[in-house]
Write a protein that binds this ligand. Sequence first.
Ligand SMILES: Nc1ncnc2c1ncn2[C@@H]1O[C@H](COP(=O)(O)OP(=O)(O)OP(=O)(O)O)[C@@H](O)[C@H]1O
Ligand SMILES: [Mg+2]
Length: 352
Amino acid sequence: MSAVTEEQVLDALRKVQDPELHRDVVSLGMIEGLRVDGGTVSLTLNLTTPACPLRAEMEAQVRAAAQGVPGVGEVKVKMAAHIPATRLAGQGDVMKGVKNIVAVASGKGGVGKTTVAVNLAVTLASSGARVGLLDADIYGPTVPVMMGVRERPGAVENMIVPPAAHGVKVISLGFYYKDDTPLVWRGPMVAGAVKQLLTQVEWGDLDYLIVDLPPGTGDASLTLAQTVPLGGVVVVTTPQEASLNIATKALAMFRKLNVPVLGIVENMSYFVCPHCGERTDIFSEGGGRRAAKALDAQFLGEIPIYPKIREQSDAGQPVSAAAPDSPESAAFKEIAFRVAGMVSIVAYESSR
Ligand SMILES: Nc1ncnc2c1ncn2[C@@H]1O[C@H](COP(=O)(O)OP(=O)(O)OP(=O)(O)O)[C@@H](O)[C@H]1O
Ligand SMILES: [Mg+2]
């Protein structure tokens, strides 16, 4: 039998598609360092995010495709990730070391926006990405407490240097408030404060910057969308009708601002009895999923009410960091990986 060639292996790999980008892994440039040595094939599969929801499946497909070439014995696949950056039309050079900026928004307050932002950031960081978390909720900044950040921000040449916790760089106006400061902000001040947070922080190189917005569709959201190249927004809601209705309004606003809506997360969806394991739908079931469908948005997942989520948050130990193998963390992981997948799609399309 004649020797296996690289061309034969590449041809076989062309039949493997990225399930989200719907193109083959060869033309997407995901195959690197292909070598054929006798019957042994070695290659690196470069995904668009280390938090790839279908990582194992893609690896298996690539392996099977190479193995299908007659004469191939062993296939060595190394997994890596090259995260593409999102730059939509008209977006300049602001924060150019930051590849993807993802806002977490909600219509109503208290739906778990910060909880989602924090666990999203921690999960992406533990998957191997470089992650920052910007608390743009200037009215009630709770990120420093939930992340348990002990250090204060530093300063270098007029730039703020963010401290890190759980592998995530964190900035919040909460670092600068005293406990009893009344947070009275007027429109232009809000815009100024948010702009400062956005432009005067030395993030370094980041794959993802997660931005926790104040609830609603006020000045902070507007300023954010107008100041930085926003790669997308995740809308958090609870299953109640009222919350869903307001989430719909928030979603419409971001669409109007040309911010890609990455999808909807439903938080506090149901309660699982810690003793018997029975699920109780406290509100009507499936509201977030239905709303996503009606709005033509992706449903990113649901998070049950788990007392542990609140306890860990209060203690500055996000559950994704404190108990990464718990069912609580699994719910966040599923969502984080879906978000990363959606970001890859937006980034890929923005580069075309
Ligand atoms: N799935 C959950 N299970 C249990 N507790 C939760 C869950 N999600 C959030 N919480 C708790 O609910 C409270 C509100 O959550 P969080 O602060 O994340 O909401 P928010 O939308 O950011 O609120 P705000 O509008 O005030 O910024 C917190 O005490 C948090 O720990
Ligand atoms: Mg919050």
